[in-house]
Design a protein around this ligand. Sequence first.
Ligand code: NAI
Ligand code: MG
Length: 501
Amino acid sequence: MQGQPESAVLEDYKMLIDGQWVASATGACFESDNPYTGRPWALIPRGGEADVDRAVHAAHRAFTTGEWPRLTASQRGSLLRNLADLLSDHAAHLAEIEVRDNGKLLAEMGAQLNYLPQWYYYYGGLADKIEGSVIPIDKPGHFNYTRHEPLGVVGAIVPWNSPLLLTAWKLAPALAAGNTVVLKPSEYTSASLLEFMKVFEQAGFPPGVVNVVTGFGAEAGAPLVAHPRVAKIAFTGSEKTGQMIYETAARGLKRVGLELGGKSPNIVFDDADMDNAVKGAISGIFAATGQTCIAGSRLLVQRTVHDEFVDRLVAFAQTARMGDPMRRDTQVGPVTNKPQYQKVLDYIGIAKQEGAETRLGGGKAERPECGDGWFVEPTVFTGVRNAMRIAQEEVFGPVLAVIPFDDEDEAVAIGNDVVYGLAAGVWTRDIRRAITMAERLQAGTVWVNTYRAVSYMSPFGGYKRSGLGRENGQDAIKDYMQTKSVWISTATEVPNPFVMR
Ligand code: NAI
Ligand code: MG
């Protein structure tokens, strides 16, 4: 219990297992907070091992029997397109729920939800274009071909920063491939996924094809990862949890897809268009209140333009309007949950102790328009050395570490000198430099003169400790499939097995 609820009656959610809206097996639930008010607004079922077991069995039944395994790939694609159409109709409602539970800006959620259906259209379209091959096999009298088949039950575990988007990245290819799914949303932001499932239900998928178990990581997430009937875990979240999932999955010889965040360098050269680079640096760290895995949280600026660039950046960042995320003109919203709010403030303290210089912000936002919400001032630290914790560890908040460099070699050395490798930005007008930097930076995504661009069509994922596997794009569907090789004899007679040839 965390203080007075927002209204007399909390919104009471159920989860979806085997086509039924149910409470948890124990009847327990937990509160979900609105980060703008800092108060609870909804009750979410506190699922545990028994609920996970029911959901996985439902998903396994739906995979092996009934209508789903009999559908053609084209029919699966058509269901995904139905879902996409329905999502377009419900975008506004889903956006409002997310703003309330997560504190994301309505302006950002509106755009995100208008884009979201594309994942379901794209993978819906791809469903019937996955073709095996006929191998010109070297053995006479044999015909050999391959089939791409689904894995079975996929467990998808998503974090709180972009719940519906990161669900789509997993759900769309998993279903297009013919799998069934058990989803486990973050305990901080379960409501939007439960509302999404109300829309999903209307699309015409058979019961049990997608199930949702809400609850905490250790109680609902861990049993899903360990469940023997789960073939693959698709996860986005922290490095620590990703590691634990990988270890458990290894014991069950399960596949994993892991997307684990980063400490991405956003690199500004002195030949860049400075106005654009300032905007790119700002959106890299302050969009979504810095709570994105791709945040450009290390800003590397060439020494020749460093001071001028920082002045312009700070001047621009100072204009950010904070406050109610439901207002269309708000530009920086609250941090999504209380532990994260504390974590961001702790890192600000660490940076100061390490000797970084506070150029902007540097603490809680105590502005009247921020009320009792979990707001942190957009913060810029200069004088950062790459060895400092503020440059090495993921803060996941509106905190920028600015690091000077002299030349390309040094930019590459600093840029790559972290354990992560999710993304990198390069700002330059020099085409040679752009191509060389894109080659030398160890990151799953490199942006040149842009930042944060992501599409259902383009592979996304991490180098190094940022993760395993790629989401989005055509190849991602193969991560939800396995290949079967089929041999057929065309010989009229099976040869004598005791005669070696
Ligand atoms: P987390 O990684 O613990 O949570 C992500 C999801 O995993 C949630 O659904 C959670 O319930 C589940 N989970 C937690 N423990 C589990 C377990 N033992 N087995 C299975 N599932 C489990 O992340 P958390 O605690 O919400 O945030 C902590 C930090 O993680 C943030 O400060 C940020 O640095 C990072 N993060 C990175 C994200 C990314 O997009 N890569 C997203 C969210 C957080
Ligand atoms: Mg919440």
